[in-house]
Ligand binder design. Structure first.
Ligand code: ADP
Ligand code: MG
Length: 255
């Protein structure tokens, strides 16, 4: 477990695309070590939030910080280095690489050198690579993919590709892990396994921000649920309180 658990604070984040306000003064706090779910109807701004705090979009207004380090305006690789790592709504693996290599790329992103420089390998780099390989195998074991290490990523069944994406995100040693709809397209059994995995990740001391539609998964795994609607935060509380909040019910079922 980590000695220090991490906190994300976003204050009044606004993101506009031309005339469209995708996020409207959204504030959110992921407390140290918690699993925090971000939910809301389609188009509510969930992916925009994740894309903004991971540095893919720039906020029009507002600020966000991880453990007191201001991140607004920083680029995605700088934010990753501070300790924020993510998966994508649509899986983005290196499909021609092996399962193991996909995880090793995650480590190399942290070490700050790419596969290209691996061509100029010094003995020091070779040693780093073998450490990296050992750590990657450890992570594959953590997500239950150790038997697939040498398969090409594109030959993995969809549910296992999703696990690989999580392993790769963990390879960057995040303090906060962002999961954008990790249950999408999974079977009921795979969702149960995902639930266990999210708990184990949180038990490592990694805070988790989970964007998800799957209500049962959220109820089972989230400590806090924040609800976005039309880019605004309309509720943020425990799952059972949020579930009974009239504004939330209105946002989902109202006309
Ligand atoms: P969610 O993930 O909650 O379904 P999104 O964050 O993807 O919602 O989208 C919120 C709104 O912002 C939508 O109206 C969407 O069309 C718009 N949007 C998202 N990304 C972009 C972009 N890159 N350019 C223009 N509009 C965008
Ligand atoms: Mg989305």
């Amino acid at each position: 477990a980590r000695e220090q658990k991490s906190e994300l604070v976003a204050r009044d984040l606004t993101v506009r695309f031309g005339g469209l306000t995708a996020l409207n003064k959204a504030s959110l706090r992921v407390k140290p070590g918690e699993v925090h779910a971000l939910i809301g109807p389609n188009g509510a701004g969930k992916s925009t939030f994740v894309n903004t705090i991971s540095g893919f979009y720039q906020p029009t207004e507002g600020a966000f910080e991880l453990d007191g380090i201001q991140l607004a305006g920083k680029r995605s690789h700088e934010i990753a280095r501070v300790g924020l790592s993510r998966t994508f709504q649509n899986t983005e693996l290196f499909s021609d690489m092996s399962v193991l290599e996909n995880v090793m790329v995650g480590y190399q992103q942290r070490l700050g050198y790419g596969l290209v420089s691996a061509l100029l390998r010094t003995s020091d780099m070779r040693r780093q690579e073998s450490e990296c390989r050992r750590a990657a195998i450890g992570l594959l074991t953590f997500v239950g993919l150790e038997d697939y290490a040498n398969e090409e990523a594109r030959f993995l069944p969809f549910g296992l590709q999703r696990r690989l994406e999580i392993a790769r995100a963990l390879a960057a040693r995040p303090r906060l892990l962002l999961l954008d709809e990790p249950a999408a397209g999974l079977t009921t059994q795979e969702i149960d396994e995902l639930e266990v995995m999210i708990r184990r990740i949180a038990a490592l001391g990694v805070s988790v921000l989970l964007i998800e539609h799957h209500v049962e998964l959220i109820m089972a795994v989230a400590d806090t649920v924040t609800v976005l609607d039309y880019g605004q935060v309309i509720a943020s509380d425990t799952p059972s309180v949020v579930q009974d909040d009239p504004r939330v019910i209105e946002a989902y079922f109202g006309t």
